[in-house]
Design a protein around this ligand. Structure first.
Ligand code: BTN
Length: 325
C-alpha cells in the first residue's frame, strides 16, 4: 500500500484544477490536519509548488521532473489512455508485463513504464538497450476491433505519433524507416514493438511498446547493431522532460487513434508517407534469398511496403531483408 505522502500527491495531482482544503485532505488520508500540513511543507522542500488560499486550501501547480504515476497523471489530457499507469524504477521488460496484464484482462489504456529495463526486447528477438534511465521505455494495452491482418497498422500509426511528438518539441524532422524505426540523420532514435493476440477474425488485445532515446549522450555500437543510435539530446543539445514527452505521446496517440477508428487507415497512411524514409528511391532487397531492386512507391493497407520494378510491376514486401543504407 502506498504511503501517506504518495496518497497525498495522488489526491493533489488528480484535483489540480481546483483547491482542496486541509480538512478534506486529512479526511481522505485519515490523518490529522497538522500531519497534512507537514507533508505539504516536505513536498515543497522536494520541489513541489502549491498555490494556497486561506479558507480554500491548496492547488498543485508544479511537480519536479521525476517520472511517476502521479507526475504523468498530472495534467494528462487523455480520456482513457494512461488513466491507469504502473511505473517501475526497474523491470525486465514493460512489454512482457503489459502482455501479462492484457492476458489477465486489464482495461484498454493501461500503460506500463519503467525507468530502466534489464531485458528490453526489440523486434525479431533482438535486445533493446534500455538499462539506463535516459530514455522512455513504455508499453500500453489496446483492445481494438480489428482483424489480425490490420495489427501492423498500429505500428505505422504509432510511428506517425512519435514523429509528431518530436516535431512538436524540436526542429528535427525524423524519418520513419519501415516498419518500426524512427531515424534522425540515418541514426535510430526510437523503435516500436507491436504484439497482438487474437483469433483469425478478431484481435483480443494489442500491446504496443515504444523505446525513445531522449537524454542519452552517447551509445556503444554493439555487434548486433547494423547502424548507429542517437537521442534527442545528442541531436539538439537540449535536455528534455521525460514526463512531458510521455504526456505528449499519450495525448497525440489517443487523438490519432480516434481518427484511425472513425476514418480508417487512409489518413494515417498519408501522414506516414509524409515522413517515410527513402520513399521514391530505389531499394535493394532480398525475397526468399533472391536479390532484387525496386522503387519504394507506396504502403499497402495491410502495412506492407510496395516496390515497383523497371517494368512497372509492383510487389508487396511483408518482411523482406532490405538494404536500407
Ligand atoms: C525495435 O526497434 O526493434 C523495437 C524496440 C522496442 C523497445 C520497447 S522499450 C519498451 C518496450 N519494452 C520492451 O522490452 N520493448 C519495448
Amino acid at each position: 500500500m502506498s504511503s501517506t505522502r504518495e496518497k497525498l500527491i495522488a489526491l493533489l495531482s488528480r484535483h489540480s484544477n481546483t483547491f482542496v482544503s486541509g480538512q478534506w485532505l486529512s479526511e481522505q488520508l485519515i490523518v490529522s490536519r497538522t500531519a497534512v500540513w507537514k507533508q505539504i511543507k516536505q513536498l515543497e522542500e522536494d520541489g513541489y509548488r502549491f498555490e494556497s488560499i486561506p479558507n480554500k486550501g491548496y492547488r498543485l501547480i508544479h511537480q519536479p521532473d521525476k517520472v511517476s504515476e502521479n507526475t504523468i497523471y498530472w495534467g494528462l489530457p487523455t480520456e482513457w489512455l494512461g488513466k491507469q499507469i504502473e511505473h517501475y524504477q526497474m523491470i525486465d521488460s514493460t512489454q512482457t508485463l503489459a502482455l501479462k496484464r492484457a492476458q489477465e484482462g486489464c482495461e484498454q489504456g493501461l500503460v506500463i513504464i519503467s525507468d530502466k529495463q534489464t531485458a528490453g526486447k526489440g523486434r525479431r528477438m533482438r535486445e533493446w538497450d534500455s538499462n539506463n534511465d535516459d530514455g522512455i521505455w513504455l508499453s500500453f494495452v489496446l483492445r481494438p476491433n480489428l482483424i489480425p491482418a490490420q495489427a501492423p497498422q498500429l505500428t505505422l500509426l504509432t510511428a506517425t505519433v512519435l514523429v509528431k511528438v518530436i516535431e512538436a518539441i524540436t526542429e528535427l524532422k525524423p524519418k520513419i524507416k519501415w516498419p518500426n524505426d524512427l531515424l534522425i540523420d540515418q541514426k535510430k532514435v526510437a523503435g516500436i514493438l507491436t504484439q497482438a493476440q487474437g483469433e483469425h477474425d478478431h484481435i483480443h488485445y494489442a500491446v504496443i511498446g515504444i523505446g525513445l532515446n531522449v537524454n542519452q549522450i552517447n551509445f556503444q555500437l554493439t555487434e548486433m547493431q547494423t547502424y548507429q543510435a542517437t537521442s534527442l539530446k545528442i541531436e539538439t543539445n537540449q535536455t528534455f522532460s521525460k514526463t512531458e514527452l510521455i504526456q505528449l505521446f499519450l495525448s497525440h496517440f489517443e487523438s490519432l487513434y480516434q481518427i484511425y477508428l472513425t476514418e480508417g487507415f487512409a489518413p494515417i497512411k498519408q501522414k506516414w508517407l509524409e515522413s517515410a524514409y527513402r520513399l521514391g528511391e530505389q531499394l535493394c532487397f532480398k525475397v526468399n534469398g533472391v536479390e532484387k531492386t525496386g522503387i519504394f512507391v507506396d504502403l499497402s493497407d495491410d502495412g506492407c511496403l510496395i516496390v515497383e520494378d523497371d517494368q512497372q510491376k509492383r510487389e508487396k514486401l511483408y518482411s523482406a531483408d532490405i538494404n536500407w543504407f
